[in-house]
Write a protein that binds this ligand. Structure first.
Ligand code: ATP
Ligand code: MG
Length: 333
């Protein structure tokens, strides 16, 4: 393991960059698709505002954080300041409003961990989920989008990592592997370590939001930072190699917590994440940037951690040795 840990990247890694970039390009949604998403947001906002004039509908998740593939579902969050009515009743009433507005396949899921209404819009053909008052997700969506604007390599890297995770079936939280959100945070962490990205939450705040009990503040004038990573010339293939090499051979799973909030690696002791509490096993520790008691790796159990680490090693070895790494990396599981 020590030898592997210090192994340098293969000398010809950069010759794979054009292929990785064309995979990235093929996954990016078209302008037309983005226009359709906006259109749906506008028409749903209008419909819902007739009933609740003080509510506001937000896009969040992959279609708003700039890490979404084409043809992905749309995540919407309805913010409504009404203490008279419970979340479940809001969901049920929302389903009625949507029904009256001629939307299709409407399903209120009131017993889910995050209650939502699912629907399909016949005009655009888009499907979406609407949740209620989940504003932390709206704020973390903005943080991810802001990071993506600083250096284009973040978006390239995260698309390829997500594509790998979906191909290898390690992007399934209900099976104990990691969410897309967690993978994007892991990519941000890597680029912070390489000084390609700054730590926005450690800089002087220009954006503030208080959501529930979390204070969300960070520097969001990212157009002033678009040269930040220019000193580092790593290509996306080299960063991809570094990503898998880190999670296969360098990360200390017994001690470390990655934290993009501080731009550093923290210890499990500092976070008091050293033992299992309830279902949180802390076998791979990824701190949420705003809900700092929340470990994004908490879904991982003793079986899925093995699968995940084997997949990280497989990917690292393919990028190191395979003569045709592109095919092997995304080979369906
Ligand atoms: P995909 O393309 O796979 O649909 P996605 O970006 O929509 O990717 P999800 O993991 O489905 O990613 O998450 C959607 C949004 O929900 C995230 O952008 C984030 O705002 C929020 N979210 C997801 N998981 C968590 C979590 N564990 N803690 C906090 N927020 C989360
Ligand atoms: Mg999603």
């Amino acid at each position: 393991r020590f030898q592997r840990r210090n192994r340098p990247c293969r000398y010809d890694i950069d010759c794979f960059t054009p292929s990785f970039l064309s995979i990235f390009e093929s996954l990016v949604p078209s302008e037309e698709e983005i226009a359709k998403q906006k259109q749906l947001l506008t028409s749903l906002s209008r419909l819902i505002n007739e009933e609740w004039p003080n509510s506001k509908l937000y896009l969040y998740g992959s279609c708003a954080n700039s890490f979404g593939f084409s043809n992905s579902d749309i995540d919407l969050c309805l913010s409504i300041d009404d203490t008279e009515i419970s979340k479940v009743d809001i969901i049920l009433k929302l389903a009625d409003i949507l029904q009256a507005g001629n939307l299709q396949n409407i399903q209120p899921l009131t017993r889910a961990r995050v209650p939502i209404v699912k629907l399909m819009d016949p005009e655009t053909g888009l499907s979406c989920d609407i949740c209620v008052n989940n504003l932390l997700a709206v704020v973390n969506t903005k943080l991810l989008r802001d990071y993506a604007q600083i250096d284009r390599r973040l978006r390239q890297l995260a698309f390829i990592v997500k594509h790998w995770a979906k191909s290898r079936r390690v992007n399934e939280t209900y099976q104990g592997t990691l969410s897309s959100y967690a993978y994007v945070i892991m990519c941000i962490h890597l680029l912070q370590q390489r000084r390609i990205l700054p730590c926005l939450q450690e800089m002087e705040a220009t954006y503030y939001a208080t959501v529930d009990d979390s204070n969300c503040a960070y520097f969001d004038q990212v157009d002033k930072l678009n040269n930040y990573g220019a000193h580092n010339r790593d290509t996306v293939s080299r960063l991809l190699w570094a990503f898998f090499h880190y999670w296969a051979y360098e990360h200390d799973y017994t001690r470390d917590v990655i934290s993009i909030r501080t731009g550093r690696i923290m210890s499990k002791e500092q976070k008091d994440w050293t033992r299992r509490v309830g279902n949180d096993r802390h076998l791979i520790c990824i701190e949420d940037p705003f809900e700092i008691s929340h470990d994004l790796g908490r879904v991982v159990d003793k079986f899925s951690i093995k699968i995940l680490r084997e997949e990280f090693e497989r990917a690292a070895n393919i990028l190191q040795f395979d003569s045709n790494p592109i095919t092997a990396l995304f080979e369906p599981y």
